[in-house]
Design a protein around this ligand. Structure first.
Ligand code: IVH
Length: 664
């Protein structure tokens, strides 16, 4: 509709010279369309008025001819194709070439013209020979210098220099922009690339400035009046010396094996980068050799783009299901027509929460975009509105728990709903599994499968029933021989003396894991003192915030929960704890620890528990204020940051040593 009105107005204005709407209305409509296409990129078509150069007075950017064309790149999709590229280059060159690998930033190619060191003009790539002049907008980009820096006082600055590179939006800038838009009730932008592209096409440069665009330099067009570098890696260094940001992850590679290793590494690590990349650009390093290799049609023979596997695909949303979590949270998930993403078949994806379904207007029957990135659980990005079938159904949020039929609570300020029944069977299996897990009561032999069996066979209706299990009941279960039965009974018996902190952590109270449980147990010393505590008293515990206090107070006020705890007591569980001031506080009281990676023997909860018990604090993120970082296997960015900040890094053995004798 919008597009048609604009197209008609275009014809009236340009061809019939008889405008049907005034300029301001036209501008407003066009701006609306630009925004719509940014938030829903699939709506942008090649013939859209937003794509037509010179179509409209408002979005009219003058043509920007490129003296040296801006070319595209051929693609390689796997290691074999990279090797074929290498073989081709070696054959034509007659020598074994060396390469430079550069991250392929998902942004917009830009050409910046500097004359005698001053930025004169800037244009988009367009069709490669003519782009659009976006000089005023480009001047607002902080990364782009208005004048070239001189490497040293004597070095001449080129008389004419075209710097080519990518204008992009960092993930952080994109998220901040969308947060502002969400707060203002505006539609969200779909992805950083489109937002960057839209940012450059603003009529008012102030609007471009608001998008906080960034830039990386990686090539040149004309280069006159100074000695041009003879290799790509020297060229990158020169661009850096002139004052352009150059990606510090770019590397020179001596062999194609190194190139392949680099490509594979960043395909794995792409999600950890602060900007989006969609591949690696591989360039022959010697510029003389580049010239010799030349071009095959539009693509250079001396460079290739290694394209990562897509992280997104479209498929049909068949239905929406609900999982009820251990804490009673209703988690909506998408049932999808199977689709392959990055080599894996995806049939289910998370829909995050109900509020998200409403906000994104996701309907059953819609074609949806599904994203699967790294280790992240696949999720539904949003619907493809143009493909919406007439019978697409608005999802009705359940008002009763889909598992047990109890009332559902939808706390204001919360995007989730919760089942109000703690003995809801959906929660029970999870609650039992959690209750028996290592960081909790640590009852060996009760994992997922056993927890399901106990519930299905009617042996456990609450976690307290675990302590009523006897040999007769256990031997009735499939694959439970005499030995397994004895072991499990012993494990159950052994768990009775773990103490209050572990019991609290085992109950599945919202926000109460090992760390908060230890704080509460150490402060109150017994379950009776906790039962008697008001929310205000709970809040007085150092480290316990309002949300936690509220949650504990609510949990302990529910008669079903009190009944479960009383049965645990009757079964002989120790529901006391040493008070904190009586606890041996280590020499490291008041110190902050951050845990990262997997420790060889302790779970994360166990490690936190010991630290807190010794007076330390466990933080989530590494900062200058962190005293110790405890790193296990596959520690990631936190470890890297700790190294950057030169913090004390310990392994598990180091932690145990630091805390003195293990605290039981
Ligand atoms: S070089 C002949 N280097 O990828 C050389 N391009 O498919 C042509 N891109 O239009 C470009 N990072 O928008 C080059 N380090 C990089 C790049 C890069 C991203 C984009 C650029 C270009 C497209 C080519």
């Amino acid at each position: 509709m919008l597009r048609e009105r604009l197209a008609e107005a275009n014809v009236a204005y340009h061809e019939r010279d008889a405008p049907t709407i005034d300029d301001a209305t036209y501008d407003a409509l066009l701006r609306e369309l630009v925004e719509l296409e940014e938030t829903h990129p699939h709506l942008a078509t090649a013939d859209s008025p937003t794509q037509r150069v010179g179509a409209a007075p408002a979005a009219d950017f003058s043509p920007y001819p490129h003296d040296v064309p801006m070319l595209s790149l051929g693609n390689a999709f796997d290691a074999t194709e990279l090797r074929a590229f290498d073989a081709r280059v070696a054959k034509l060159a007659g020598v074994a070439p060396t390469y430079v690998c550069e991250l392929k930033i998902d942004g917009l190619a830009m050409s910046l013209r500097y004359e005698r060191g001053r930025l004169r003009s800037a244009g988009t790539r367009g069709d490669g020979s003519v782009g659009e002049d976006v000089t005023a907008n480009v001047r607002t980009i902080a990364d782009i210098p208005a004048t070239l820096r001189r490497a040293d006082a004597d070095a001449p600055v080129p008389t004419v220099l075209d710097v080519r590179g990518e204008v992009y939006l960092t993930k952080a800038a994109f998220a901040a922009l969308n947060a502002t838009r969400e707060a203002a009730g505006l539609a969200l932008f779909a992805n950083p690339r489109n937002t960057a592209a839209g940012g450059l096409r603003q009529k008012d440069a102030r609007a471009t400035a608001e998008r906080k665009l960034s830039f990386f330099g990686y090539a040149v067009g004309r280069f006159e009046g100074a000695l041009a570098p003879t290799t790509q890696h020297a060229l990158l260094a020169t661009l850096g010396a002139y004052g352009f940001p150059v990606n510090e992850r770019n590397v020179a590679c001596a062999t194609i094996d190194d190139v392949i290793a680099f490509c594979e590494r960043y395909e794995r690590e792409r999600d950890d980068l602060p900007y989006e990349i969609d591949g690696i650009v591989v360039k022959v390093d010697e510029i003389a050799l580049q010239a010799k290799l030349g071009y095959a049609g539009k693509d250079p023979r001396w460079a290739i783009a290694f394209k990562f596997r897509a992280q997104e695909a479209r498929t049909t949303l068949l239905d929406i299901g609900i999982n009820v979590s251990r804490a009673g949270k209703l988690n909506p998930y998408a049932m999808l027509a199977p689709v392959t993403i990055g080599g894996v078949t995806v049939k289910m994806a998370t829909l995050h929460n109900e509020a998200d379904i409403v906000r994104k207007d996701i309907r059953i029957g819609d074609t949806v975009v599904v994203r699967r990135a790294g280790d992240v659980i696949p999720y539904v990005v949003g619907p493809v509105l143009e493909a919406r079938p007439l019978d697409a159904a608005v999802y009705a949020i359940p008002t009763v728990c889909p598992v047990c039929g109890s009332a559902v609570d939808q706390p204001p300020e919360d995007v989730f709903s919760y089942c109000t029944n703690v003995s809801c069977p959906a929660q029970l299996r999870e609650r039992i599994r959690h209750f028996c897990s290592r960081g909790a009561m640590d009852i060996e032999g009760v994992g997922d499968a056993m927890a399901s069996l106990l519930v299905e066979m009617g042996l456990c209706h609450t976690v307290a029933d675990l302590y009523d299990l006897d040999a007769a009941a256990l031997s009735s279960l499939p694959r439970m021989g005499e030995k397994s039965v004895t072991n499990m009974l012993e494990a159950i018996e052994g768990s009775k003396s773990r103490g209050l902190a572990r019991v609290l952590a085992s109950l599945g109270i919202r926000y109460v894991g090992g760390q908060n449980a230890t704080l509460l147990a150490g402060d109150f010393g017994s379950i009776d003192a906790l039962f008697a505590a008001t929310p205000e008293r709970l809040l007085a515990v150092d480290g316990i915030g309002a949300q936690i206090a509220e949650s504990v107070s609510f949990f302990l006020a529910q008669p079903q929960n009190v009944a479960v705890i009383e049965r645990l007591r009757a079964n002989g569980l120790d529901l006391t704890a040493p008070l904190r001031d009586k606890v041996q506080v280590g020499a490291f009281a008041g110190k902050t620890f951050v845990l990262t990676g997997t420790l060889p023997t302790l779970t994360r909860d166990e490690a936190s528990e010991r630290i807190v018990a010794a007076g330390g604090k466990v933080g989530k993120s590494v900062s200058k204020k962190t005293d110790y970082v405890i790193a296990g296997e596959e520690a990631g960015s936190k470890l890297a940051k700790a190294r950057d900040l030169e913090l004390t890094i310990l392994d598990e053995a180091g932690l145990i040593e630091l805390l003195g004798a293990p605290i039981v």
